[in-house]
Design a protein around this ligand. Structure first.
Ligand code: ADP
Ligand code: ZN
Ligand code: ZN
Length: 738
């Protein structure tokens, strides 16, 4: 019989980032005392023909292994002297792996920055910081008016009480050198302790609702709770976050702040840096591997007090966890759409529960799930009903464009409104969620259309580059000059994209500064920032863009917002569409008239009586949400039920359906009566990038039952012979059905 304490007989149970839902047993590395190995340490192991970096989940007696000890391989090297993930972190990841039915090794990999996944050492590089000398502090900005770059840098230092690390100064290299030579700045190594929580800019005097929200979250510090801060754009949510964070910092706690979009982080970061003098780190995909490693380690070791990040920042280990804030909680970017398809919002709540800390969700347009949870008294609602300061609510107007002449999608009344607004010296914002020149090219002679050869989709005209491009698979080709089918017919653009509207606007409003913001115009690094700067400094007259505009950016001089085409969103096959459209309308509207100028929001539609639109506009988002929730209830849809979606694709047209039919048979045998099985049906886009796509939706009013079924079903799927020629994925709580 094996002796449990005999360390020479102990094996390591290791999670490895491979798509297999199990742990792998290894002997500890040679000459490594197993007693010093703890769960949460990284380890390199031979795996197949390669070496992989895994994480130790447990140390067990050989008897615990199902593998013959003689056949067990030896781990190569333990990479860490202390665990990188705590027992609590591991528990959360195990929970997430079970909940999303995704292999633990891959789930754990998500928790690490790339450098650690690759096995790089978990050490903080000593990073150089810069700070003002006394001389620099006394130097006025006007002394540098001939050197605007140096002036800007000096101003940055004047506005920031804390040393600034080199990584934040990468765009100021030359100016930095110059100021160092002048003796106005000096170099020092990073200060490694969180400083006091007070910054240079004091908190605003909170209004009654803000104060209520602040008090209620602050009084709940140290306990699990979920609060939903619901306030229109400009109602002062950021101020509420900051005052709550200030209190958490005073208690020595760390705060994790999650945002849906990278582009929103600089703005919030700036607010935070002006308010707090603690170490603040950012974590998102625009940062390089070293920056992310250092941000992660600084939170893990307790050097930094605030982390501002996107979805992937959620799993960062915290030394003194205090609070998690999710801003724009309704945004589906919080749901990962490939691989480990977790919802950062839902996992944040699970994490907070395990850590016994509060979560604060914020939005002007909360998700129906969150409003449902408020109604069920699981979340506390903290309303901010008015705009902070002087700003007033925008005025909504439906523009019925049936039978109206349109000039590239712009109706005459809209053109007149744009003219008046520009004449008043205000800015105009136009929203169209379709980039490119036109969504399709058509032959006037024979009706040929520019279909993608690999997708059930059209190739979009990009006139500037003279190309046709598929937005689903990336295929592209030169814009044909002659119809590929009849060779003679005239080719015409059909429909509207932002590029085309930009052209029309240039013709209609000569001399006006027009800025187009979409994925095509903002690809270059720094271009979005430049455009935002031009908008905020008042240089831009007309701003035209896609959903990029709907998110968080504040344009105080915009007084007219027009949504050019909402009709396409009214008739989607996906039940989530109405919710998303309503959120989009309210969010875009929120960009208007933030300062003392009243904004006007115009919706062009051929469905002026559509109940969703009229409710939203006449009664507001909450009324819309109440009705939408009622409809979901009647239809038994989430949040009144729970879903899991199998997506399958294959190069063979039949294979996906055959696989899903086999899955259905298995489900029948497992005999879970309260599970609805919908499908298999072909995906809304039946072919994409040459792959045929099918899906199967499982739905149950009881989450537990659905998960029990998945638990017993999934291990059987790998064994299906129909699984050989297809690829499948499972999406628990899908955010869309595409
Ligand atoms: P949100 O995050 O809800 O969009 P912000 O927090 O950015 O709103 O606030 C919008 C504007 O109102 C900001 O300029 C902010 O400084 C101002 N503001 C917020 N709270 C107050 C307050 N209590 N008193 C005066 N101004 C406020
Ligand atoms: Zn033709
Ligand atoms: Zn395609």
């Amino acid at each position: 019989m094996a002796n449990c304490n005999d360390s020479s007989k102990q094996i390591l149970q290791i999670a490895i980032p491979v798509p297999l839902d199990r742990l792998f047993d290894y002997w500890p590395p040679e000459q490594h005392d197993p007693q010093t190995i703890k769960p949460g340490m990284r380890v390199t192991v031979p795996f197949g023909k390669s070496t992989k970096t895994g994480i130790v989940m447990g140390i067990a007696d050989t008897g615990a292994s199902s593998v013959d000890p003689k056949r067990l391989k030896r781990a190569e090297r333990i990479l860490d002297s202390e665990p990188l993930l705590s027992a609590g972190d591991l528990r959360l990841l195990q929970w997430a792996s079970r909940y999303y039915h995704h292999p633990l090794g891959e789930v754990i990999a998500t928790a690490f920055p790339v450098a650690l996944r690759q096995g790089k050492p978990a050490v903080l590089q000593r990073e150089m910081c810069y700070t003002l000398t006394i001389q620099g502090r006394q130097t006025g900005l006007e002394q540098l008016k001939r050197a605007p770059k140096q002036q800007a840098l000096l101003e940055l230092f004047h506005n920031r009480p804390d040393p600034i690390p080199l990584c934040e100064l990468s765009e100021h290299k030359a100016a930095l050198k110059a100021l160092l030579e002048k003796g106005w700045l000096r170099e020092q190594t990073r200060r490694n302790t969180p400083a006091d929580a007070t910054g240079i800019r004091a908190a605003l005097l909170a209004n009654t609702e803000q104060q209520y929200a602040i008090d209620s979250v602050v009084s709940g510090l140290g306990r699990f709770s979920v609060s939903l801060l619901q306030g229109v754009t400009g109602s002062g949510k950021t101020e509420v976050y900051m005052q709550i964070i200030a209190e958490a910092l005073r208690r020595g706690l760390q705060v994790l702040v999650l945002l849906p979009e990278i582009t929103l982080t600089p703005q919030l970061e700036q607010h935070f840096r002006q308010r707090f003098s603690v170490a603040i780190v950012c974590f998102h995909s625009k940062l390089n591997d070293n920056q992310r490693l250092s941000a992660w380690l600084n939170m893990q070791q307790g050097n930094a007090a605030i982390m501002l990040g996107t979805r992937s920042a959620l799993f960062t280990p915290l030394q003194q966890p205090g609070l998690i804030i999710l801003d724009e909680e309704h945004d589906t970017s919080f749901k990962q759409q490939e691989g480990f398809r977790f919802s950062a919002r839902d996992v944040a709540i699970a994490r907070a529960k395990m850590l016994n800390i509060p979560v604060l969700l914020g939005s002007a347009t909360p998700s129906l799930e969150s409003l449902f949870n408020v109604a069920r008294r699981r979340y506390q609602l903290l309303p901010l009903s008015a705009r902070a300061g002087n700003a007033v609510e925008p005025l909504f107007q439906i523009l019925d464009i049936r039978n109206k002449p349109l000039q590239s999608g712009l109706s005459e009344p809209l053109v007149r409104l744009i003219q008046t607004t520009l004449a008043q010296g205000h800015q105009v914002l136009l929203f169209l969620n379709r980039r490119g020149f036109a969504p399709v090219q058509i032959c006037h002679g024979c009706g040929w259309v520019s279909r993608c050869g690999r997708c059930d989709a059209n190739m979009v005209i990009h006139a500037g580059e003279r190309r046709l491009r598929c937005h689903h698979c990336g295929s592209e080709q030169a814009l044909p000059k002659h119809c590929p089918a009849c060779k003679t017919g005239e080719l015409q653009p059909l429909g509207l994209g932002t590029e085309r509207i930009e052209q029309t606007l240039t013709e209609l409003f000569p001399g006006q500064h027009i800025i187009r913001l979409d994925r095509d115009t903002t690809q270059r690094k720094g271009s979005l920032e430049t455009y935002l700067e031009q908008i905020n400094s008042g240089q831009a007259d007309i701003i035209l863009g896609t959903q990029m505009l709907a998110k968080g950016h504040h344009f105080p001089d915009v007084t007219l917002v027009a949504i050019l085409d909402i009709d396409s969103g009214l008739f989607s096959v996906d039940f989530h569409a109405a919710e998303k459209l309503a959120q989009m309308i309210v969010q875009v509207a929120g960009r208007a008239g933030r300062a003392d100028k009243r904004g006007r929001v115009v919706l062009q539609t051929r469905q002026p009586q559509h109940p969703m639109l009229t409710t939203l506009i006449e009664k507001g988002y909450q009324a819309f949400a109440d009705i939408a929730l009622h409809e979901r209830k009647q239809a038994g849809l989430p949040p009144y039920s729970h879903q899991a979606l199998f997506r399958v694709h294959a190069t063979d047209a039949q294979a996906p359906q055959e696989f899903l039919q086999a899955v259905c048979l298995l489900i029948q045998k497992l005999n879970h009566d309260r599970i609805q099985v919908l499908g298999p049906v072909s995906a809304p886009m039946a072919r994409r990038a040459g792959q045929f796509r099918f899906q199967l939706l499982l739905q149950s009013p009881q989450r537990k039952e659905l998960h029990h079924l998945l638990d017993s079903l999934l291990p059987k799927l790998v064994k299906l012979k129909q699984a050989r020629n297809i690829r499948w994925s499972l999406d628990v709580d899908p955010a869309d059905l595409y």
